[in-house]
Design a protein around this ligand. Structure first.
Ligand code: IMP
Ligand code: MG
Length: 178
């Protein structure tokens, strides 16, 4: 699988260091609050499991699967929840945990949907952001790294459901997807 990478962008050490820092920030900011960490499947799965162990607070965890309806190449901006939360988030502090924010369309819609359920707060923690690709504004409260507009795989990120279990994040060779 590593042979399919053009280059490694973040190795295990760099990822672990940044994830620990994000965990410390969240631990500091949420002391004494009722927190629900929501992992957005499937891309966030590896980041999520590492991050929650760096948060030294009694949190709950939950998962959601959302996908935006596409009309071909462009996403329409409507989001379908394919698997909903099990927790009632009313009055709770929600932290959404995502792998990467690209156009921002999915996350923008998802945050709107969740805010209607009257949580005490909704914040976003994303490991990666492609700022140059943004089509709608999204505030990332806890951000791991800003990345260039390259197709990345590993550490949860996939290409056609492959490479999620690579322990590093790297740029996929163009020959694989072109
Ligand atoms: P968007 O922000 O609504 O455009 O969608 C973001 C989603 O697109 C992420 O959650 C990923 O699932 C996927 N995505 C965006 N960029 C990449 C990438 O470089 N590699 C793998 N998946 C990506
Ligand atoms: Mg995703």
């Amino acid at each position: 699988m590593l042979n399919d990478l053009e280059s490694v962008m973040f190795d295990e050490k760099a990822l672990a260091k940044r994830v620990a820092e994000l965990g410390q920030e969240i631990t500091r900011d949420y002391a004494g609050k009722e927190v629900i960490l929501v992992g957005i499947l499937k891309g966030a799965v590896v980041f999520f499991t590492d991050l929650i162990r760096e948060i030294k607070l009694p949190v709950r965890i939950d998962f959601i699967i959302a996908s935006s309806y596409g009309d071909g190449v462009e996403t329409s901006g409507r989001v379908e929840i394919k698997k909903d939360l099990e927790n009632d988030i009313a009055g709770k502090h929600v932290i959404l945990v995502e792998d990467i924010i690209d156009s921002g369309i999915t996350m923008n819609c998802l945050i709107d949907i969740l805010k209607k359920r009257n949580p005490a707060s909704v914040k976003l923690c994303s490991l990666l952001t492609k700022e140059s690709r943004r089509q709608v504004p999204v505030t990332i409260d806890y951000c791991g790294f800003e990345v260039p507009d390259e197709f990345l795989v590993g550490y949860g990120l996939d290409y056609a459901e492959k490479y999620r279990n690579l322990p590093v994040i790297g740029v996929l060779k163009r020959s694989i997807y072109e």
